[in-house]
Ligand binder design. Structure first.
Ligand SMILES: NC(=O)C1=CN([C@@H]2O[C@H](COP(=O)(O)OP(=O)(O)OC[C@H]3O[C@@H](n4cnc5c(N)ncnc54)[C@H](OP(=O)(O)O)[C@@H]3O)[C@@H](O)[C@H]2O)C=CC1
Ligand SMILES: O=C(O)C1=N[C@H](C(=O)O)C[C@H](O)C1
Length: 254
């Protein structure tokens, strides 16, 4: 049995994590927090103020905290977990270089896993893109991602991770052009990155390769946030058995 804590418990993903955890026999939720929480309940769990997280981690048995919040709070929660000797799984996106460095500092003391997408399909797409990019090295590439109208960061963490993978596979960085307007012909080797925000769309990513009189597209569509919540909980169960260090979701799926 893995005992977890959940930060951002009243948020969209925090709620999905608590609802999914309630159906799993391998997970106990022992702590749920949100900033400013005032006796709220989510999926049967009482939610505490996030300011109490250090005390709650000291008083209750928690193996791993699962976090879907914002970059600033995720860094703080990771540091609190490092202090308490508790593992940390985060799916939060939008970190800058300093934020990622702060996560790595916490990972020196506890096991920490960060993934911009907890779906198996996106992981498989990332693997496939490496091979396709090498094979179709002369083709133009364009990325389009679509999310709900509340999403803050753009482009999505997933799009950025997939683009980084394409760069790795092609042995160098492609210039990224974020949308186009006016007299702006495509430059050789650039990747156009297009962001759409509308309605309640859970998350769609499309990567397009075009050249040699043909077009190849790969599309991933999340149909429910349960796919992300399940992946994050699988990661928490896996991480509970690990030594301190910085881990990736691919290691959970291997
Ligand atoms: N890796 C993956 O598979 C996935 C990652 N995500 C990422 O998860 C994150 C959360 O997404 P989502 O649940 O849709 O967002 P929501 O806005 O619905 O929820 C965010 C939660 O985090 C809390 N929060 C945000 N900023 C702060 C802060 N500065 N201090 C303390 N608490 C804070 C919010 O509290 P309050 O209610 O007070 O605002 C809220 O509870 C995003 O970064 C998103 O990109 C989302 C889906 C899948
Ligand atoms: O904010 C979201 O909703 C999502 N965020 C992640 C991202 O930025 O890639 C993952 C998923 O696409 C949903």
């Amino acid at each position: 049995m893995t005992a977890i804590g959940v930060t951002g418990a009243t948020g969209t993903m925090g709620t999905a994590v608590l609802e999914t955890a309630a159906d799993r026999e391998d997970i106990d939720v022992n702590v749920a927090v949100n900033r400013g929480a005032d006796g709220e309940r989510v999926a049967g769990q009482g939610v505490h103020d996030a300011a109490d997280l250090p005390t709650l981690l000291a008083d209750r048995s928690v193996d791993v905290v699962v976090d879907f919040t914002g970059p600033g709070s995720a860094i703080e929660y990771a540091a609190a977990c490092a202090e308490a000797g508790v593992g940390f799984v985060t799916g939060t996106t939008g970190f800058d270089a300093d934020g990622r460095a702060a996560l790595e500092t916490s990972a020196e003391r506890v096991p920490l896993l960060w993934a911009t997408n907890f779906s198996q399909g996106i992981h498989a797409l990332g693997e496939a893109l490496g091979e396709i990019t090498e094979t179709l090295s002369e083709y133009d590439i364009e990325m389009t991602e679509t999310h709900h109208n509340r999403k803050r960061d753009a482009p999505s963490g997933t799009a950025t991770t997939l683009l980084d993978g394409i760069d790795d596979a092609s042995g160098g960085e492609h210039d990224r052009t974020y949308g186009r307007e006016g007299d702006q012909p495509r430059a050789d080797g650039e990747i156009g990155v297009h962001v759409r925000r509308a309605g309640g769309i859970r998350g769609e990513h499309e990567v397009l390769f075009a050249g040699n009189d043909e077009v190849l597209t790969f599309t991933h569509r999340a149909e429910s946030r349960a796919v992300f919540a399940s992946g994050a909980l699988d990661a928490a169960v896996w991480l509970a058995e690990r030594d301190p260090g910085f881990y990736e979701f691919g290691e959970v799926l291997a």
